[in-house]
Write a protein that binds this ligand. Sequence first.
Ligand SMILES: Nc1ncnc2c1ncn2[C@@H]1O[C@H](COP(=O)(O)OP(=O)(O)O)[C@@H](O)[C@H]1O
Ligand SMILES: [Mg+2]
Length: 383
Amino acid sequence: MPATAFAHEAAAAKPAAAPQAPARLELRNLRKSLGATAAVNGIDLKVAPGESVVLLGPSGCGKTTTLRMVAGFLQPDGGEVHLDGVLSSSATFALPPEKRRLGMVFQTYAIWPHKTVADNVAYGLEVAGRRRAEIRAEVAAVLDLVQLGALANRFPAELSGGQQQRVALARALATKPSLLLLDEPLSNLDASLREEMRFELRALQKNLGITTLYVTHDQDEALVLADRIVVMNKGRIEQIGTPEEVYRTPATRFVGSFIGIANLLEGEIATVDRAGERVLVALDIGGRVWSRAPRSWLDGAVTGGRATVLLRPQDIELEAAEHPGAEQPIAAAFLSESFLGEHYELKLAAGEALLRVQSRRRGTFADGRAQLWARPGSAWVVA
Ligand SMILES: Nc1ncnc2c1ncn2[C@@H]1O[C@H](COP(=O)(O)OP(=O)(O)O)[C@@H](O)[C@H]1O
Ligand SMILES: [Mg+2]
C-alpha cells in the first residue's frame, strides 16, 4: 500500500500539533538583500507539522529567495531559520542543505534524462546508503503514490511534462522529508493539466500529512493548496490567513486586488456601528453601503473619516432584494456584457469608477442604466 510508506509521518503530525511541540519551520525576522534590492525584508512565519503553507505574491516579491534560505542554498543577512526547533540558518550559521531533511521540487523538473524513472527516484536513497531491496520497495511504493508505477522503466524523454513533474515529486518524497519545498512546480505545464495537478497535489499532501511550503504567483493554485496563505509584496508579508480569510477579509488593498477581482470604492464614513463591527459608507460615486471592517480599523473609525470598500463582482446585485433603509443603490451606466458560461461578466461605469459585476442572469437595463446594490453582509473595508 503506497500510503503506508508514510504512515509514521502522518501519525507523527497529530501529536506534534500539541502546544509544546516546535514548529516544523519557523522564520524570525528573515532578511536578504540581492544587489540593491531588499528581496526579503523581515519575514516572520511559523509552519506547524502537517500544515500546507503557500507563499503567494507577484513575480519578484521574494518568494524564491525565502525558499532558498529555508533550503540552505542562500545565507540570510539577518534573522533566523529554525527547523523542528533547531537553528538552521542565520547571518553567521548555516546547517548544510543535505542535513535539513528537506524534499524539493522546482519549476524545471531537474530529473536526469539518462536515468529511468525508477533510477531517478532511487538516487536519493542510494546516496543515503540504503539497502538495495529496501530501495526497490520504497521506489515502488512512492511511484504508486504518484501514479507512475506502470512507467518505472521509462526514460524522461518518453514522458509528458506532467509525468516528468510527478517523477520529480516522487524523488522528493522518497527520502521521507520532514518538510517539502515546492517552487512554482506546475508553471511549466499547460493550463488544463496545471488545474488538475493542483487537486492531485493537495490530496497527496493531505493523505501523507506532509508539511509543505509551496511557492506560487497563481492565486487559484494557492487557494486549492493552502491551509494558510502568506501573501507577500516587495519582500514583506501583507497578510497570513486561511484561503477564506485572505479572500473575504483582506487586510490591505494589495491583498484584496491580488486575490480575486476587486472593486475598490472610496467613500466617507456616515455611521459607525461598533457593536455590529460595521460602518455605513457614503461612496464617492454615489450610493451608501453597510460594510464590515477589521476590529483594529474600527477602533479608529469616526463619522466623516475615509474608508475604502471592497466589493467582489459576484456580490453586486442588479436588482434590489431586501435592503436596510440606510443603504442606497449605486447608479451605474451599462458598458458591456460577456457570457462566460458560469455567469455573465458585466462592466458598468459609476462616476469615475469602472465596476465589474458577475451575474447569474442576463442584466436588463432601462435606458442603459442600472441601480446596483451590495449583497447584504458582503462589503468589506480594507485598510
Ligand atoms: N541574483 C540576484 N541578483 C540581484 N537581484 C536578484 C537576484 N535574484 C533575485 N533578485 C531580485 O530579488 C527580488 C526577489 O526575487 P525572487 O525571490 O526570485 O522573487 P519571486 O520568487 O517572488 O519571483 C527581485 O526583485 C529580484 O529581481
Ligand atoms: Mg520565484
